[in-house]
Ligand binder design. Structure first.
Ligand code: NDP
Length: 323
């Protein structure tokens, strides 16, 4: 089978399409023939070595496809089932072996591209607004990179929860997309000072929660956007990892709460996974949650997809499809 491998951490050119033996599922595992794999920023962290994994590095944390075989003791799925999953590495390939408990059956009629586009970023948005800081009617939140893959879904879900949504984006074109997703106030943070805008629009109070996936570039000002006892949810590092800091800063800025969550800990049980995936895929199916698939690449074009994502040229989801 064809698979993308990285021999040593590096730039997009480090990704090579190679022939590899087709894997066989062990006990509790399923072999999935991949129809579409999602591209996520975490794939860039794995490729560059920001998140350490043993080389040769396989990439890709989400896909949709068909179960081809199952190992001993698997009860969750059977050969022929149409499934999707997130948070098991190795989806940039024609086949992947995945723990069977991580597989979710697709609602009937859902296409593979939509399922692959919804799982990882959709469940991330879900846990952020339902569990990490459960938004309630009337809360105000700030969402950075609001026209990104997670961003567009997070804006929609924050609106479902009844929050007032501030969103930041780098361009006017992205601002329009964030507005269409429901953001109440969109700030082009490459031009305008998001802290000033948030302060002015909240009469100096600040927002209840900041969902910050940009990291180093926005960290300091994001803290200043919070009301006393507000929550900083630092869930990504698109501009680089947040530098070391003193917890005392949280006290000085208003007894703030800080968390650095990861999806894996919010879909750690089958029950929680089925709740989040069921909501996300169900809403997509009902048209309540809109996906924006920015571009579909061939598996062999994975490097190009990474270049586009890293250069901030994308808005919404990127997919890889085996030839
Ligand atoms: P996005 O589609 O959001 O792409 C990243 C966006 O970040 C860019 O489009 C850009 O938006 C913004 N950005 C700001 N500064 C930079 C920079 N220097 N370089 C690149 N991008 C920058 O990606 P994803 O939806 O895949 O992921 C979004 C973030 O969420 C990532 O940080 C990812 O790690 C994180 N994440 C975390 C999870 C978790 O559980 N903790 C799970 C899933 C994702 P703009 O042009 O508008 O500035």
């Amino acid at each position: 089978m064809k698979v993308i491998l990285v021999e040593q951490p590096g730039g997009p050119e480090a990704m090579r399409l190679v022939d590899w033996p087709k894997p066989a599922p062990g006990p509790g595992e399923a072999l999935v023939k991949i129809a579409a794999a999602g591209v996520n920023f975490i794939d860039i962290y794995h490729r560059t070595g920001l998140y350490k994994v043993e080389p040769p590095i396989t990439l890709g944390m989400e896909a949709a496809g068909v179960v081809e075989a199952v190992g001993e003791g698997v009860s969750e799925v059977a050969p022929g089932d149409r499934v999707a999953y997130a948070m098991s590495r190795g989806a940039y390939a024609e086949y992947a072996v995945v723990p069977a408990w991580m597989l979710v059956k697709l609602p009937s009629g859902m296409d593979f591209n939509s399922a692959a586009a919804a799982m990882l970023q959709g469940m991330t948005a879900h846990y952020l607004v339902f569990s990490t800081y459960p938004l309630k009617q009337g809360d105000a939140c700030l969402i950075h990179a609001a026209a990104g893959g997670v961003g567009l879904l997070l804006v929609q879900m924050a609106k479902m929860r009844g929050a007032r949504v501030f969103g930041t984006v780098s361009t006017d074109a992205k601002a329009e997309l964030a507005r269409q997703a429901g953001a109440d106030k969109v700030i082009v943070y490459t031009r305008d000072d998001f802290l000033e805008v948030v302060r002015a629009a909240t009469n100096g109070r600040g927002v209840d929660v900041v969902y910050d996936s940009v990291g180093a570039a926005t960290w300091e000002k994001s803290l200043d956007c919070l009301r006393p006892r507000g929550m900083m949810v630092s869930y990504g590092n698109a501009s680089g990892a947040v530098p070391a800091f003193q917890p005392l800063v949280l006290s000085q800025k208003g007894s703030l709460f800080l968390t650095r969550p990861s999806l894996q800990h919010y879909v750690a049980s089958r029950e929680e996974l089925l709740w989040r995936a069921g909501d996300v895929l169900g809403w997509v199916q009902e048209g309540k949650l809109k996906l924006r698939i920015d571009r579909v690449y061939k598996l062999s074009e994975a490097a190009e997809a990474h270049r586009a994502l890293e250069s901030r040229a994308t808005a919404g989801k990127l997919l890889l499809v085996p030839e």
